[in-house]
Ligand binder design. Structure first.
Ligand SMILES: Cc1ncc(COP(=O)(O)O)c(C=O)c1O
Length: 390
């Protein structure tokens, strides 16, 4: 099945207002997502928040199964979160890492994750070791294998970085982690919603993701996957009486599912939106979404390469729907704001978001455009024309 682009665009009100090429930042929500958020809010207004939750309890509960289906997991392995960073941190900080334990990460690692490593270097004495990249800029899995010894307690990598089209070999890393019995935490924030994701194939123990990017959900949503084999052994860094009911005066009992990482109070309107986003993506099909969004990104790379002074900064042999580039003589923030005045939305990525990679490549701030399947070639043509004159 191929994507019915007319239908998709008619269900995406934002396409009438701008040429939005920033799914890697926060994508345009489709109408069913918007409706789900508004309808739940209206229900809360009409009957009260607790009552609306009770009224919609089956639908809200179904969110876990939808996400599980999206990533090939089981319902009890999913925790709903307010963003990907919260999801990632819940996993990382629950791990009982001790002085001398090595954490292997990648050059494309995201800033939020890296500062958490640094905190545990300071607090717990862990050691961070960065897996070298191969010639293409992706994780060198041969080098990874050679780095492993009995002190490696965690492999934690970013699958697709915030700053470009690189797709790290996450499943190959998973195979190595499994072979050596090492816990594997995967930041899939930029992957979920733009391509098929299957935790069995990836071999990861944890996976973190956000709702607002390629999944087209609302801001303030995300989720964490925790493999069932680990759940019971993990003590979350913070708990409340939802994560761990107070079962006796001096006793709490952690929940047996991944929801031990959640807490009691949540935005059920946003969760309804997230649920609708997951269903929407699955109804279109993640293979088709990947095919079209990656095709549009390659189309964009082709057009960019005709601009004098343009340098495409994406790494890897396989490149996804995030396109990063610089143009000699153009300051990214100026170009981004000039384009915005013409209702063309792209972003910029600062070296501090991916410092290891940025310093290794001496990268300046880069422009970042990320078409999604709802974009068109003619939108990209208009963007390129506007960029030339920006
Ligand atoms: C690779 C990567 N990981 C994690 C995050 C954090 O996601 P969130 O803002 O939902 O916490 C981002 C956000 O840009 C990202 O690009």
């Amino acid at each position: 099945m191929t994507i019915d682009i007319e239908k998709i665009r008619s269900e995406t009100p934002g396409v009438d207002n701008s040429i939005h090429l920033l799914a890697s930042g926060s994508a345009l929500m489709p109408q069913p997502v918007i409706d789900a958020i508004i309808n739940h809010t209206l229900l809360e207004a009409r009957m009260g928040g607790y009552e609306a939750q009770a009224e919609e309890s089956e639908k809200l509960e179904a969110t876990y199964q939808s996400i599980a289906t999206l990533i090939g997991a089981k319902k009890h392995e999913i925790a709903l979160m307010e963003n990907a960073t919260a999801a990632w941190c819940h996993a990382f900080y629950a791990l009982p890492l001790k002085a001398g334990d090595r954490v292997l990460t990648c050059e494309a690692e995201y800033a939020a994750n890296y500062v958490a490593y640094l905190q545990r270097v300071k607090r717990d004495g862990i050691v961070i070791d960065v897996i070298p990249s191969d010639e293409s800029g992706a994780i060198d899995t041969v080098a990874l294998e050679a780095m492993i010894d009995e002190r490696v307690a965690l492999i934690a990598i970013t699958w697709i970085p915030t700053n470009g089209g690189l797709v790290n070999p996450a499943a190959k890393v998973g195979k190595i982690a499994k072979r050596h019995g090492i816990t594997y935490l995967l930041d899939a924030c930029q992957a979920v919603g733009q391509m098929p994701v299957n935790v069995q194939q990836l071999g990861c123990d944890f996976l973190s993701a956000t709702g607002r990017k390629f999944l087209r959900g609302p801001r303030g949503t995300g989720f964490l996957y925790v493999t069932e084999a680990l759940i019971e052994g993990l003590e979350p860094i913070v708990i409340d009486h939802f994560a761990a009911p107070w079962v006796a005066k001096d006793q709490y009992q952690l929940r047996g599912d991944a929801r031990r990482f959640e807490n009691w109070e949540n935005s059920y309107a946003l969760r309804s939106g997230l649920s609708a986003a997951v269903e929407y993506a699955m109804a279109i099909g993640l293979d088709d979404i990947q095919q079209r969004s990656w095709y549009l990104a390659n189309y964009l790379r082709g057009q960019l390469s005709d601009i004098p002074g343009a340098i495409i900064r994406d790494l890897g042999t396989e490149q996804c729907a995030i396109v990063s580039f610089t143009i000699d003589g153009k300051t990214p923030s100026n170009a981004v704001s000039q384009l915005r005045h013409k209702n063309i939305i792209i972003g910029a990525s600062d070296p501090s978001s991916t410092r290891l990679d940025a310093e290794a490549r001496n990268l300046p701030r880069v422009m970042r455009a990320a078409p999604h399947y709802y974009n068109t070639e003619s939108e990209i043509d208009l963007f390129i024309a506007a960029l030339k004159s920006a």
